[in-house]
Design a protein around this ligand. Structure first.
Ligand code: KIV
Length: 263
């Protein structure tokens, strides 16, 4: 059975936490889907992870759609959420048009937008059009330069209050879930208590209703230092490098292919 928006809403306050990972391609979607992830998020982090950009800023609708389609081909059960890239939701009409493209052309189940009161009208229009919306507050990478870079948000009282206010507003506007990125654990807990929708944390402590990570971080593709909130469950970067080296060595010394690998 496919995970539905109703299933996600039902996890609010439940002991069974929501599990989400980013996903950008077909094969990974199949594997994560088989692993039982609730949500596959086609994040605009694909700008850095898949396309080698410095930030999410250059990512386009075209880039996103390409990856959303691939993920939807692989996901049979997980709920697929497409991240709306910077410049794709500047006004309500544009937001609805692009969200519909994600659903109709891409096959996504829902969309995610970054921001609070600033995008109130867009969220109102999307929910009125029947588009399931996931909110995103705290560290919002599309506006990282305005926020002083990739740093913990909501550390001061006023900043924290503003995040709680925005969360309550998004909740009232009908988001089905709220991503909280890089905020103190106490604030993650406070927002979670203040809203009816489930919260999904990334660097927001253990009290949110679910957790999300960038898959490649979680799999240890990078060997360089990653954010404090990342837990590495594998060391795929090192494993891939080692396998590629062994392949090259075998080819160079004539050990691959062998007779049983030849027609
Ligand atoms: O783009 C992304 O991957 C995200 C998650 C990290 C929440 O927005």
């Amino acid at each position: 059975m496919r995970v539905t928006i109703k299933d996600i809403l039902a996890r609010k306050g439940s002991r069974e936490k929501i599990t989400a990972l980013t996903c950008y391609d077909y094969l990974t979607a199949r594997i994560l889907d088989e692993a039982g992830l609730d949500i596959l998020l086609v994040g605009d982090s694909l700008g850095m992870v898949m396309l080698g950009y410095e930030s999410t800023v250059p990512v386009t609708m075209r880039d996103m759609l390409h990856h959303v389609k691939a993920v939807c081909r692989g996901a049979k059960k997980s709920l697929v959420t497409a991240d709306m890239p910077l410049g794709s939701y500047d006004n309500p009409a544009q937001a609805v048009r692009n969200a519909r493209r994600f659903m109709k052309e891409g096959g996504a189940d829902a969309v995610k937008l970054e921001g609070g009161a600033r995008i109130r009208k867009q969220i109102e229009s999307l929910t009125a059009a029947g588009v399931p919306v996931m909110g995103h507050l705290g560290l919002t990478p599309q506006s990282a330069s305005q926020l002083g870079g990739y740093r913990v948000q909501g550390q001061g009282r006023r900043e924290a209050e503003a995040i709680v206010r925005d969360a309550v507003l998004l909740d009232r506007l009908g988001v089905f879930a709220l991503v909280l990125e890089c905020v103190p654990a106490q604030l993650g807990a406070k927002v979670t208590r203040s809203v009816r929708c489930p919260t999904i944390g990334i660097g927001a402590g253990p009290k949110t209703d679910g957790q999300v990570l960038v898959t490649q971080d979680m799999l240890g593709y990078e060997t360089k230092v990653s954010p404090k909130f990342v837990r590495r469950y594998a060391s795929l970067g090192a494993a891939v490098r080692k396998a590629a080296k062994r392949f090259s060595e075998d080819v160079r010394r004539g050990a691959f292919p062998a007779a049983q690998e030849s027609y």
